[in-house]
Design a protein around this ligand. Structure first.
Ligand SMILES: O=C(O)CCC(=O)C(=O)O
Ligand SMILES: [Fe+2]
Length: 373
């Protein structure tokens, strides 16, 4: 097997007993380059759909809402704004995600991100490795693979994870690629622009639930809030029926903002006992609710259980921003009135995230039970 594989990501991580361990997993991009016609055993799942039904397209469901950020702005037409807020509330309750339209991020900012990401993944493996540090911990910073436990099948993915905020908080790891030379400024520019949109959406999401506008945004801070950037690369896969790009999960974030390119059709959410391919036009931004916002909203919004599938002939990239309050923040679930039953308790963000990485990956939305009353 090793001969066939050729290149490996070497990851070190701290296991549940606090022991530092290293593991070696194949570089998926290098495997795909060999044009394999079979799937190596490491990636095989007996039934990717498992006991959870088969995948379907979403024809029978309400459409994923397309939300125009310009309409949510205070000062926009009040009738249109109320309509957009109602659409947001309904759509998020139905899907846990929505398409983000009219966000105001210039297309050249998005294009620059696509270019540097493709530039990085286009480098030979040794140059990619030399350009960044490796995985040092389980919270997905660095160039490498998706974290899975030892006895689990591997995901058909190579990833690159960085922390963009707070500034300078990269855990001492040299993980921003040095090549292409404009990688970091291009991604940071996007993060800066995206952050404005995320802040607007946090307020709109509170209003959509008829809560005070600051209900969610009060926990965020212009300096201390965290933004992790994760770049997912899914090369073409010889057996999409036997492998997954990312194992099912919900995000540990408050909000997750995604862009995708090269192809669409990879994101699925679990709905009505089936995996549904999210109808997500290729070059639109998409926002999904994370566990922390589910907790802040006392369960009114729910973080979707989602996964990524692979495709036989198409490669796909996604660039994902995870937006969180500072890890020292204590979030207190908002009650919508005296009769509102308390579902979640007050938790510390850092404790939540730490526990999330300890229990994940799991086969169900187990991490969030940490915050249940
Ligand atoms: O690639 C996608 O569409 C999903 C990525 C994702 O779920 C993640 O990185 O957490
Ligand atoms: Fe995710």
């Amino acid at each position: 097997m090793e001969k066939e594989i050729g290149h490996f990501h070497e990851a070190s991580f701290v296991d549940q007993d606090g022991v530092v361990r290293t593991s070696k997993v194949p570089v998926v991009q290098e495997l795909a380059r060999q044009g394999l016609t079979h799937l190596p055993d490491w990636f095989k799942r007996v039934h990717p759909d498992g006991s959870k039904g088969s995948s379907v397209w979403s024809d029978e469901l309400d459409p994923v809402p397309s939300i125009k950020v310009t309409r949510l702005r205070v000062g926009s037409n009040p009738g249109e704004r109320a309509q957009e807020l109602a659409k947001l509330a309904h759509g998020v309750k139905e899907w846990g995600l929505f398409l983000v339209m009219e966000h105001g991020i210039a297309s050249h900012v998005l294009q620059d991100v696509m270019d540097v990401v493709k530039g990085f993944f286009g480098l030979p493996f040794e140059e990619k490795k030399a350009s960044v540090g490796s995985y040092a911990s389980v919270d997905n910073i660095g160039y490498g693979r998706n974290f899975v436990k030892e006895d689990q099948p591997l995901d058909w993915i190579d990833r690159l994870g960085m922390q963009a905020a707070p500034k300078g908080c990269d855990q001492g790891l040299n993980v921003w690629p040095k090549r292409p030379a404009n990688f970091r400024p291009a991604v940071e520019k996007y993060v800066e622009e995206a952050r404005k949109v995320l802040d607007e959406l946090l307020q709109a999401l509170a209003e959509a639930l008829s809560l005070e506008q600051q209900t969610f945004s009060q926990y965020f801070d212009p300096i201390e809030s965290e933004i992790k950037v994760r770049i997912n690369y899914y090369p073409p896969c010889p057996r999409p029926d036997l492998a997954l790009g990312i194992t099912p999960h919900s995000d540990a974030s408050a909000l997750t903002l995604l862009m995708q390119f090269e192809s669409g059709g990879g994101l699925q959410v679990y709905k009505k006992n089936k995996w549904v391919t999210v109808p997500w036009p290729q070059e639109t931004l998409l926002l999904n609710i994370g566990d922390l916002l589910e907790i802040m909203s006392n369960g009114k919004f729910q973080s979707p259980w989602h996964r990524a599938i692979t495709q036989m002939r198409a490669e796909r990239f996604s660039v994902v921003l995870f937006y969180n309050p500072p890890s020292s923040a204590e979030i207190d679930p908002a009650k919508a009135g005296d009769k509102d039953e308390v579902v979640y308790k007050k938790i510390n963000v850092g404790d939540y995230v730490k526990n999330y990485y300890k229990v994940n990956p799991t086969t169900n939305k187990e991490a969030i039970t940490f915050a249940r009353v």
